[in-house]
Design a protein around this ligand. Sequence first.
Ligand SMILES: Cc1cc2nc3c(=O)[nH]c(=O)nc-3n(C[C@H](O)[C@H](O)[C@H](O)COP(=O)(O)O)c2cc1C
Length: 173
Amino acid sequence: MDPSDFTRGMAAVPGPVTVATTVTGAGARSGFTASSFVSVSLDPPLVLLCIDQGASTYQAFADADRFLVNVLAEGQEAVALRFATSGIDRFAAGDMRPCEGGLPGLPEAALRVSCTRHALVGAGDHGILVGRVEEIRDGRRPPLVYHRRSFTRPAPLPRPEEQLLSALHLTDW
Ligand SMILES: Cc1cc2nc3c(=O)[nH]c(=O)nc-3n(C[C@H](O)[C@H](O)[C@H](O)COP(=O)(O)O)c2cc1C
């Protein structure tokens, strides 16, 4: 398959915008923007992130006992871009504070999901980092959405669709 057909096609699938952070054994902060964040299992509570094995942050996350996923809120587009930019100090802006487990977090994130390492599975040129969720802090702010290489926001459905979900007992999903 043509790689550009793959990336263009998958860009049509909307995803969250997160910044995952960790701290290395030597005390260095590390973080990257990730839209590959998704829940995996309820019992135990597991989530995953996919990380490029060629990324500068790969080793820090591959070695991490803990990591923190900051789900970005509307208005945090600049944070997403900064944590995706190569060759800069992504923490220099000073907007990250020690949060759950002492890991760098955004006080104004839509949500923070604090994880301990469950597994790291190789998958092609990426690693699937599976975390066990230890704590969730819900800032109850509207989340950012990444769709067709642009930042956007969720659009509420008109009421009939909402009622259909509740009739199907799918409100947990
Ligand atoms: C919206 C957005 C989502 C991204 N999602 C991921 C992702 O899920 N996994 C990943 O490895 N890189 C993702 N990236 C790219 C990384 O944030 C980063 O740019 C890349 O790892 C290069 O970093 P490096 O200079 O540290 O090697 C995403 C970038 C953007 C802008």
